[in-house]
Design a protein around this ligand. Structure first.
Ligand code: HEC
Length: 106
């Protein structure tokens, strides 16, 4: 079952990544991705707008990497005006949920 899979995955993540305090909830992210899909697309598909400069595909990336990337934008360690603006409005829980969602997408 998907539920058990998720639980064992989280347990593994807790063993491997003790620094990540907030658990992501992919289902909760469904209400939050509306502000991402315009650029990143749905379920990891790249947007087809050629004028949007190299928007990375998020689907299938490691959730911890995605959280770190969002934290880095928020902290100003990684600079990109749009993503810094987006990340500034995200809580740790938002980031974890979004990372869980996109990390499970293909
Ligand atoms: C206006 C367009 C736009 C929107 C809206 C947007 N992004 Fe981005 N995002 C980008 C671009 C462009 C980059 C690449 C920036 C760079 O080069 O650092 C990026 C980079 C990222 C990265 C780093 C990916 C990597 O491979 O390193 C993450 C994670 C990310 N976005 C998550 C999100 C999430 C989550 C949302 C919604 C809450 C969101 N983005 C909304 C355009 C957008």
């Amino acid at each position: 079952m998907q539920g058990r899979h998720l639980v064992s995955g989280l347990a593994l993540a807790l063993v491997l990544l003790p620094a990540q305090a907030v658990e992501g909830d992919a289902a909760a992210a469904k209400a939050k991705i509306s502000m991402c899909i315009g650029c990143h697309g749905i379920d990891g598909y790249r947007t087809s707008f050629p004028e949007v400069y190299s928007v990375p595909k998020l689907g299938g990336q490691h959730p911890e990497y995605l959280v770190r990337a969002l934290q880095a934008y928020k902290a100003g360690e990684r600079s990109h005006p749009t993503m810094q603006g987006i990340a500034a409005g995200l809580s740790e829980q938002d980031m974890a949920d979004l990372a869980a969602y996109y990390g499970a997408a293909r």
